[in-house]
Design a protein around this ligand. Structure first.
Ligand code: TRH
Length: 355
């Protein structure tokens, strides 16, 4: 069976399913592969895929067979099996994999990180302790020695759309930020009009009472939309606040200045990831803009009273330089093959060599 199976456990929010769904669509549409996506929590998926037929537990959407995880119990594994973000496969599925000759290629798609060690771990195998199976670790990343980033074949880097500069349009998608109102106060006092589009989430409560216009600022609560619509929203704004993993990558393809709120991990592990990305991203940027980005991103990620209000003016002043930088950065990333194509080459090589 030439199928590719992708297993996704929704740990939290939309990032796990967001990445899995994007990858599944690309493998089907661009690589012509029959893809099955097994999801443990369809409720999260349905928000990303409004075409889903309400109440169904499996369905073909955008060329991908999407199914409730438990329905994999009686199905034969395909040629390639991907665990998104190291999720554990059902034990009976593993047994069925091991019973096949040759067994399917088993790939663990890892989380994205800009840290240096990723290059050394990308593509490494790890044997199963009991079964005649080995799992390969596939690491997305920002350098040619990693698995790259998800990017649709149709995505082209046109010169960024020149948006009317009388208004600063901002999209806001974030985890909680107790001091967000400080920022809104800055925007209300901004010298030019500001439109802030707030995606559904915990911030909505903090922003209660801000909907509508105040000073230079207009706040609009926008609905949760499909991924292509969300991508279009990022492209249409001049500044994007993003979070997690998938919206973080999309902000980079949108070629506009952005602010990343990293997913908080235990023991502050995320701080190292954040620094690793900043070190790569800020290379080549002028010193004042670099300092402005570091200070503002820090204020956004490490809440402290006064920090956003204090760091916003320098960040706002750096926006024109950050716009040019965002275009250069995207061009640099664009040279790498995209993640879906790299997965296909990785699989083809191993399947051919019987590894
Ligand atoms: O939702 P996130 O915070 O997701 C994750 C998860 O928390 C995960 O467990 C964690 O490990 C990971 O972050 C790092 O953020 P992310 O990754 O940006 O996913 C959001 C998805 O939702 C992304 O695919 C974009 C999509 N989206 C839409 O499709 N429409 C929308 O309107 C919005 C706001 C987002």
């Amino acid at each position: 069976m030439k199928h590719w199976d992708i297993f996704c456990k929704v740990v939290d929010n939309y990032g796990d399913i967001g990445v899995s769904w994007r990858l599944a669509r690309q493998l089907a549409a661009e690589q012509g592969l029959p893809v099955r996506l097994w999801v443990d929590e369809l409720a999260a998926f349905v928000r990303l895929c409004p075409q889903w037929v309400a109440g169904s537990s499996q369905c073909e959407v955008n060329g991908v067979w999407v199914s409730q995880w438990t329905l994999s119990e009686t199905v034969q594994p395909g040629q390639v099996v991907i665990c998104a973000f190291g999720c554990d496969l059902p034990p009976s599925w593993l047994e069925r994999m091991a019973a096949k000759t040759p067994p399917p290629l088993w790939i663990n798609l890892e989380y994205l990180s800009a840290e240096d060690w990723v290059e050394g771990c990308h593509g490494l195998p790890s044997p199963h302790p009991r079964l005649p199976l080995r799992q390969y670790f596939f690491y997305p990343g920002f350098t040619p020695s990693t698995g790259g980033l998800l990017r649709e074949a149709e995505l082209t880097l046109r010169p960024a759309v020149q948006l009317p500069n009388y208004r600063l349009k901002i999209s806001l998608f974030s985890y909680d930020q107790p001091f967000v109102v400080e920022l809104l106060q800055c925007w209300a006092a901004h010298p030019q009009p500001v439109l802030c589009l707030v995606a559904p989430g915990v911030l909505n409560d903090r922003l209660a009472g801000w909907a509508g216009s105040r000073g230079a600022l207009t706040v609009e609560e926008v609905p949760f939309v499909s991924q292509p619509e969300y991508d279009a929203r990022l492209a249409a704004c001049q500044l994007n606040f993003v979070r997690g993993e998938d919206s973080f990558v999309r902000a980079q393809w949108a070629q506009h200045p952005f602010v990343w709120q990293i997913y908080p991990q235990q023991e502050e592990a995320h701080r190292i990831k954040l620094e690793a990305f900043l070190a790569r991203y800020l290379a080549g940027l002028d010193v004042p803009s670099t300092q402005a980005v570091r200070a503002f991103w820090h204020a956004w990620n490490v809440p402290a009273a006064g920090a956003l209000a204090h760091t916003w003016p320098a960040f706002a002043a750096a926006l024109p330089a950050l716009q040019s930088h965002a275009e250069r950065w995207a061009q640099q990333l664009f040279i790498q093959p995209d993640l879906a194509s790299q997965l296909v080459s990785f699989a083809a090589h191993r399947v051919e060599c019987g590894l």
